[in-house]
Design a protein around this ligand. Structure first.
Ligand code: CA
Length: 233
């Protein structure tokens, strides 16, 4: 899984630091803010994989923050609170939180929950993507399969994500950075190798003449473009 970025919304700076360190020890990065308003501002400009939200915040109440976040984003929200009565938990979940963790909590449990929610939300993103089809060339994101005239082509999750990002934007040149971003958003597989290596591998599996690709073309100095099968026939 690529490094997860978590937004910690917590006015208790000591506790916030503790959580931050705990997440770091498990390979995650985080941003800490002390109010709901600051959280909303941060989320408007920064991508985060999950929000850890304290209910007892100065200013706008945590439940209200949850509601406002949920209206704008589908990012998983895990509420962390010292309030233990059932009504608070129910209200948090009804406001749009995905989970509720009571203070005090163990870092291990928190990390496990964070991972589970991110995994689930990413899975949903993948599952709702539409199939891409050009004649006998079919890319099915629900099953992570590609087939050409009913011949299945086996790709890794990373290769699939790159191919899907390009094939769902036929004829559009996508730069390497953007491609990496798009692919990362839809798979937990880390891209430790360059995008060029991934493209090379997809071509080996997909193209009849990988060294003279028909579908996955290089646009020198700009990136890659998917030329739909049948376009040049
Ligand atoms: Ca608090």
């Amino acid at each position: 899984m690529p490094s997860l970025h978590v937004l910690i919304v917590e006015d208790d700076t000591r506790l916030a630091r503790l959580v931050m360190r705990g997440l770091e020890q498990h390979g995650m990065t985080s941003t800490v803010v002390g109010t709901g308003e600051a959280a909303l501002e941060t989320l408007a400009t920064t991508h985060v994989d999950l929000v850890l939200l304290d209910l007892g915040l100065p200013g706008v109440d945590g439940h209200e923050v949850t509601r406002r976040l949920r209206q704008r984003l589908e990012t998983p929200i895990v509420v962390v609170s010292a309030r233990t009565d059932e009504a608070d938990k129910v209200l948090a979940l009804e406001s749009g939180a995905d989970d509720y963790v009571s203070k005090p909590f163990s870092t291990r449990e928190l990390v496990a929950r964070v991972r589970a929610h991110v995994r689930r939300s990413r899975g949903q993103v993948t599952a709702t993507k539409p199939e891409v089809r050009y004649g006998g060339f079919v890319i099915d994101p629900a099953r992570l399969t590609v087939s050409i005239d009913e011949r299945p082509v086996r790709l890794t999750a990373g290769e699939f994500a790159v191919l899907y990002a390009l094939a769902s934007r036929p004829g559009r040149v996508v730069g390497r950075e953007r491609l990496l971003e798009l692919a990362r958003g839809s798979t937990e597989e880390s891209f430790d190798r360059s995008i060029d290596v991934t493209i090379f591998r997809i071509r080996q599996k997909l193209e009849q003449e990988p060294e003279r690709p028909r579908w996955l073309r290089t646009v020198r100095g700009a990136g890659y473009v998917f030329a739909p099968p049948g376009d040049d026939e």
